[in-house]
Design a protein around this ligand. Structure first.
Ligand code: ADP
Length: 492
């Protein structure tokens, strides 16, 4: 009986050793195929030779020797030990191969994202440049005296269609950038009041064009700063306010309510509510409202241009910011969109900018240096500035702008509008050169990027180069005046 057990153990050990030898041969071939073992490949076969000699030893003991139970246990244990080592090596190697494969896939995905986002940046730039010309010339043409009502109507329609096309381009680019992970939340300290004022300027203008009243309610301290992504926040608010005005008829009203909901000592939820008394949304459509390319199928929405992309992008952006968006609506009574985003509260800004008493923008007589290489774009900006009696001097590239500024008397220019892509010297380099120059106004002159590169990354790059603000082309005339006023009109 004992003898049977001893022979079972020895031949069982031998069978396990045969399996181990097969496993090691397989393992060596696998390593070779993965090209993981580049030097001294023969060393991989040495354990196999060793295992074969063990196996021969087992068989000799089993056939010719007088094995006892101790020897049989040692031989079976030895085979089992080699088996465990083989399995262990195999699993470590598989993990290494898998992680290398994932690294390679990640690198390839990052590379393809980069290529895609570079392509998108280029497409965006190329599309915006002609849109800038169309919208700019349209604004100027509308300011011409003695327009016949028919021509004025045509011009307004050209402007509306161009703005719609531009918003479609922006939305398609945004969807792409969200999907490829380029559009991400980049928090930095910002002044909420500035954002709200810009929204007021745009929504107020859109409303007055349609005879829709616009009002903002906010009980927040003026200079309160938060840590958040200002660019994304503006996109979200703009989309909601734009829709609210768009889907509200004459004599209707839009109310924008902003409040802070404290969470703990430093953190709050900022809650933005945009309510309108417009056409409202059908309850059947409401659950689909944030889906891409959906629009309510009704005669009242059909008359309004749109792609059904805006809210889908808005929801994705809000989620990127860690927030939520909800909507309630009643058909023919109005809609309420509520966005809540978490933000960290920062120290309020120390400097107080007093409200200007002047009518309009109060920019008359101010002098701007405009760096822009494309003559049509330069002409449009100069004409827009001329409407507010702003004096504008033109530099055809960054290098000329640097020369003109550094040679100027202190205080001669009130601000610089800087294109980014220019021959000879680009706008970022020109800004850094100006900021580093010995001119007394080098550090204080407001430099505002006026460019077709409108992505969050571009905005950050311009701020890092020392610019004060960033206006995306096509520049909305109100935004242009508003931004100039904000930076130029400061306490003496
Ligand atoms: P669009 O470009 O069509 O406006 P959005 O994604 O911004 O695309 O909106 C999708 C649809 O949601 C709109 O077509 C409209 O039917 C509806 N909608 C959005 N906002 C409002 C609103 N404030 N009032 C009524 N309907 C709205």
């Amino acid at each position: 009986m004992l003898n049977l057990l001893i022979y079972l153990m020895i031949f069982g050990g031998s069978a396990l050793m045969v399996y181990n030898i097969w496993g090691f041969i397989h393992f060596a071939k696998y390593l070779q195929a993965q090209k993981m073992w580049k030097r001294g490949i023969r060393i991989l076969y040495m354990p196999i030779a060793l295992l074969i000699s063990f196996l021969i030893g087992y068989i000799i003991v089993g056939v010719f020797g007088k094995p006892d139970i101790v020897m049989a246990s040692v031989l079976l244990g030895g085979s089992y030990f080699v088996y465990i080592i083989y399995k262990f090596l195999n699993s470590i190697t598989e993990q290494i191969v898998e992680s290398e494969r994932l690294d390679a896939a990640l690198l390839a995905a990052e590379e393809s994202n980069r290529t895609k986002s570079n392509f998108m940046a280029m497409v965006s730039h190329e599309m915006r440049t002609p849109m800038n010309v169309i919208l700019g010339l349209d604004t100027l043409a509308l300011n011409e005296p003695d327009l016949s009502p028919q021509t004025e109507g045509y011009l307004k329609k050209i402007g509306a269609s161009a703005r719609m096309l531009l918003s479609l381009i922006n939305n398609i680019l945004d969807v792409n950038r969200i999907e490829s992970g380029v559009l991400t939340n980049n928090p930095a300290p910002f002044c909420l009041q500035d954002v709200l004022e810009q929204m007021d300027a745009i929504a107020g203008t859109l409303g007055s064009q349609k005879n829709v009243s616009y009002e903002r309610k906010s009980a927040l301290p003026d200079k309160q700063r938060y840590m958040g992504d200002e660019v994304l926040l503006k996109k979200v608010l703009m989309a909601l306010l734009d829709n609210a005005v768009k889907y509200t008829g004459a004599q209707g009203s839009v109310v924008f309510d902003v409040r802070e909901i404290p969470q703990d000592k430093d953190n709050v939820q900022l809650q933005f509510t945009v309510s309108d008394t417009g056409i409202g949304i059908d309850p059947d459509y409401l659950p689909k409202i944030f889906e891409v390319f959906t629009r309510e199928d009704s005669s009242s929405t059909a008359t309004q241009g749109g792609s059904g992309l805006g809210l889908a992008v808005t929801k994705k952006i809000v989620e990127q910011m860690g927030g939520t968006i909800t909507v309630t609506s009643r058909k023919n009574e109005g809609s309420v969109f509520t966005v809540s985003v978490p933000m960290q509260k920062m120290e309020p800004e120390a400097e107080e900018v007093p409200e200007t008493q002047e009518e309009g923008y109060g920019l008359a007589g101010r002098r701007i240096l405009l760096a822009e290489d494309i003559p049509e774009n330069a002409e449009i900006v100069m004409d827009l500035l001329d409407l507010e009696d702003v004096v504008c001097e033109h530099a055809e590239n960054g290098k000329i702008a640097v020369d003109m500024f550094t040679r100027s008397e202190p205080g001669y220019y009130d601000a610089i509008l800087m294109d980014l892509r220019m021959p000879e010297m680009d706008g970022l380099t020109a800004t850094r050169t100006i900021r580093a120059s010995a001119h007394p106004g080098a550090k204080s002159i407001p430099i505002i990027a006026l460019t077709a590169n409108a992505f969050a990354e571009d905005i950050k790059e311009s701020l890092n180069a020392g610019m004060n603000a960033h206006l995306a082309k096509p520049a909305d005339s109100d935004m242009l005046y508003h931004t100039l006023k904000k930076f130029i009109i400061r306490p003496a």
